[in-house]
Write a protein that binds this ligand. Structure first.
Ligand code: CTP
Length: 436
């Protein structure tokens, strides 16, 4: 007979070899240290779903920090300890491993950050958000790959249900409502009936309003970092939750279309390094703010910890229209990269993408490629050389260097000699020197 709770075959099938070996090593170390160690949370959920996820969270029944220290030494990996929380983080090559002491959490008052107390696996899992996230995989060798499922999480995974573990879950942590929406839309699941009722109840009690702006921004960010955030955003609209993110936002078909276009653009770009993965959420955010009135945008800017360049991009984008996009199009068509550079000098690639998506402009991938050529293009002669040539520094340095760069971009100048030659002509034209 097959033991359904043993996942070692599934692991073998779905996980890279080095992870299996890592887990076996962890199991052996755990046996030696006489503690029980489990992989928990999203990793186990995604293993069962067949989704790639290599974020490893370990829970130790026993001293988590001591075990993490031992494991880090074994792996010769870097270790960071958070004494106060009984947790540690191991950085082993590119792999992050979070280690926690099994704990019980309790909340001093609703929506507060939890207090922590050492405990066992069951209590540790019980304090979590949903049954599908409360699965654990034992690593100790005698029971290697044994699935610990106290709350029928596996059944909910099979049935596609998001279910809380206890009635007050959303009251204690209202951000879980947003998480529920995110998981539901990511896996095409639904909230189990009672869970949905709890969510509505917490919403009507305005519990989400108790959460800090920073935490709400993090939740919005997590949505925008989903592979396709649009369904979750639509659900935020349906559940009438925009007030807690961007109070002024009015969802419309047009907005939805623009966001969807951006998702499609990303599919076209795939993992190519044309757009940095870390900031792919930003054009979504920019499109959202583009659909808000200036007062609402101001509110969002005041409320959220946005970096300066993001604030600038919001303003930049607000001042664009279809024409801006078309101008870019033309400069690409006529092969003059210099025109393109003049048009979006100082623009971030994120603002640029938001603009393209907003007006559903074609050839964006080509434009992104051109963008990278432009960003990389440098003149050989720099300000230092200009100075050495005895040209007095001033604002004309920028004019000169820009012009030389544009000539390089348009292929007029290709070598150092040509650049130098061209510089002489420019200096003459601008009246800096006589012809010889
Ligand atoms: N968790 C929770 N309540 C929250 C946030 C997190 O109970 N408000 C728990 C969840 O059980 C989750 C674990 O903490 O499994 C780790 O959180 P996180 O890394 O955010 O979740 P993942 O499930 O890994 O989600 P993702 O796939 O989006 O990374």
């Amino acid at each position: 007979t097959v033991d359904n709770n043993r996942l070692d075959h599934l692991m073998e099938e779905r996980l890279p070899d080095h992870i299996i070996t890592l887990f076996q090593n962890i199991g052996q170390l755990a046996d030696e240290a006489n503690v029980k160690v489990y992989v928990v949370g999203g990793f186990v959920r995604d293993l069962l779903l067949g989704v790639n996820n290599l974020d490893i969270d370990l829970v130790v029944e026993g001293d988590g920090i001591a075990f993490a220290t031992r494991l880090a030494r074994f792996l010769r990996a870097r270790l960071r300890v958070h004494e106060k929380f009984g947790t540690a983080m191991i950085l082993w090559e590119d792999q992050k491993i979070d280690v926690a002491t099994a704990r019980r959490e309790f909340y001093q008052h609703p929506a507060a950050l939890p207090q922590v107390e050492a405990s066992n696996l069951r209590q540790d899992l019980y304090r979590r958000d949903f049954t599908i996230n409360a699965l654990a995989l034992q690593l100790n060798l005698p029971s290697f790959g044994y699935l610990v499922d106290f709350f029928s999480g596996r059944k909910d995974l099979d049935q596609g249900l998001i279910r809380v573990l206890y009635n007050l879950s959303f009251v204690e942590d209202p951000t879980r409502i947003i998480r529920a929406i995110r998981f539901e839309q990511r896996y095409d699941f639904t909230m189990e009936v009672e869970t949905l009722e709890f969510a509505h109840e917490a919403i009507s009690r305005k519990m989400i309003g108790e959460v800090s702006h920073e935490r709400m921004f993090d939740e919005l960010l997590l949505i925008l970092q989903e592979k396709n955030p649009v369904p979750a955003l639509r659900r935020v609209t349906e559940m009438n939750l925009w007030d807690y993110f961007l109070p002024d936002l009015e969802w419309s078909e047009r907005l939805e279309r623009e966001l969807t276009t951006l998702t499609e653009l990303y599919q076209e770009v795939k993992d190519r390094e044309l757009v940095p993965l870390e900031t792919r959420w930003m054009p979504y955010f920019l499109i959202l703010t583009k659909h808000m009135k200036p007062e609402g945008v101001k509110l969002a800017i005041d409320r959220y910890p946005l970096k300066m360049w993001i604030r600038e991009a919001i303003v930049e984008l607000a001042s664009t229209n279809e024409q801006t996009g078309l101008l870019m199009e033309q400069s690409l068509q006529y092969g003059k990269l210099s025109d393109l550079d003049k048009l979006f000098q100082g623009w971030s690639i994120e603002a640029f993408l938001a603009l393209r998506a907003s007006y559903a402009l074609p050839k964006t991938v080509e434009l992104l490629e051109a963008w990278h050529i432009i960003k990389k293009c440098k003149t050989i002669i720099t300000g230092k050389e200009l100075k050495e040539m005895g040209i007095k520094p001033g604002p004309h340095y920028k004019t000169l260097l820009n012009q030389m760069r544009w000539d390089r971009l348009d292929g007029i100048v290709q070598s150092y000699e040509e650049e130098l030659e061209h510089l002489r002509e420019l200096l003459f034209e601008l009246g800096f020197v006589s012809k010889d």
